[in-house]
Design a protein around this ligand. Structure first.
Ligand code: NAP
Length: 304
């Protein structure tokens, strides 16, 4: 059988594509790595910025998205995509168990994972003060002291955002210069409740059940200090799940699949949606929007 479209990933982008695809009467299947839909939002305690769902948990929102896809009789297959190849105009997917699936078009909605620091306490306190998303979790740290780790646009923007909510924001950066845009850096450095700890790295994050403090080392002086904080926001980059597709579609130097707002890649009939593609704002609402756009791109391709 040759599907009209195979959707890789069952996060908000993939499930939104499935809903739009089924309503467009396309023959489709969704491939999900684990038998649990939702992608990264599964781990989000509370989603407070997805329109229409005040304070819903990431897990519950995932279930609702899945329920919506199921109500349209969407086919799901559990498996990890290991390869994508072309057989003429047909796209061939190979799963980890060797299964091959064929389709006229592919939507890659495989998302990504935040880069971790790999320090003591990070894993154990994830969701208990350690967060990889200031926009999602910042509101839980109102009038508390927090740390942001990183020196890129995400870290600097997160710190500016948190400075409006939290009492004190420390920014820990391993060098003495930010790589973020100058305008944001100027803004950050002008904020009274922000202190930048230059040339500094995280040694460990401390706390029994919740985050209580962070141990920071200055890499130039080797001085070690402990700061009492309730939140640690890690913004040291993002690893897109684009590995199996890199030989086929163009990616940027960070590994994101190059695609604009129409979600079209450099290969006709291969569409990239959600966090895996190059984009300005990685949020649930923009991922869901991509899912809808991706089906429009598939229909355009199939009608050509
Ligand atoms: P990024 O630009 O890759 O920056 C990651 C930061 O984390 C860097 O400052 C890096 O330090 C630091 N870092 C990396 N690994 C580390 C480690 N193991 N320990 C300590 N520090 C570490 O990531 P990003 O800020 O998430 O941005 C990703 C892309 O999205 C960028 O292209 C960015 O411009 C874009 N973006 C744009 C906007 C916007 O335009 N509004 C907003 C957010 C993101 P070094 O500087 O020393 O390498």
């Amino acid at each position: 059988m040759i599907y009209d479209v195979i959707i890789i990933g069952s996060g908000p982008a993939g499930l939104s594509a499935a809903i739009y695809g089924k309503r467009a009467e396309l023959s489709l299947v969704v491939i999900e790595k684990a038998a649990l839909s939702g992608g990264q939002i599964i781990n989000t305690t509370e989603v407070d910025n997805y329109p229409g769902f005040i304070g819903i948990s990431g897990f519950d929102l995932s279930m609702k998205l899945r329920e919506h896809s199921d109500s349209l009789e969407t086919e799901f297959i559990t498996g990890e995509v290991k390869d994508l190849s072309l057989d003429g105009e047909t796209k061939v997917i190979t799963l980890d168990d060797g299964t091959k699936l064929r389709a006229k078009a592919i939507i890659i909605a495989s998302g990504g994972v935040p880069r971790h620091l790999g320090v003591e306490g990070e894993k154990d306190l994830a969701g208990m003060g350690v967060s990889y998303c200031a926009t999602c979790d910042g509101a839980f740290f109102r009038n508390k002291d927090v740390v942001v780790v990183g020196g890129g646009d995400t870290a600097v923007e997160d710190a500016i955002f948190l400075s409006r909510i939290s009492r004190k924001v420390y920014v820990v950066h391993r060098r003495d210069e930010f790589r973020a845009k100058k305008g944001s850096v100027t803004k950050l450095l002008s904020l009274e409740n922000v202190t930048v700890l230059w040339d500094s790295v995280v040694e460990k994050i401390n706390g029994d059940d919740v985050t209580e403090s962070i141990t920071i080392k200055n890499v130039k002086t080797n001085e070690i200090n402990e700061y009492d904080v309730s939140g640690v926001f890690i913004a040291v980059g993002y690893i897109p799940n684009s590995g199996p597709f890199k030989d086929i579609v163009a990616t940027d130097k960070s590994g994101h699949i190059i695609a604009g707002e129409n979600c079209e890649t450099n290969v006709p009939g291969i569409i990239a949606a959600g966090d895996v593609r190059t984009k300005e704002l990685r949020q649930i609402v923009t991922a869901a929007s991509d899912g809808a756009m991706a089906i429009t791109a598939v229909e355009k391709y199939l009608n050509q």
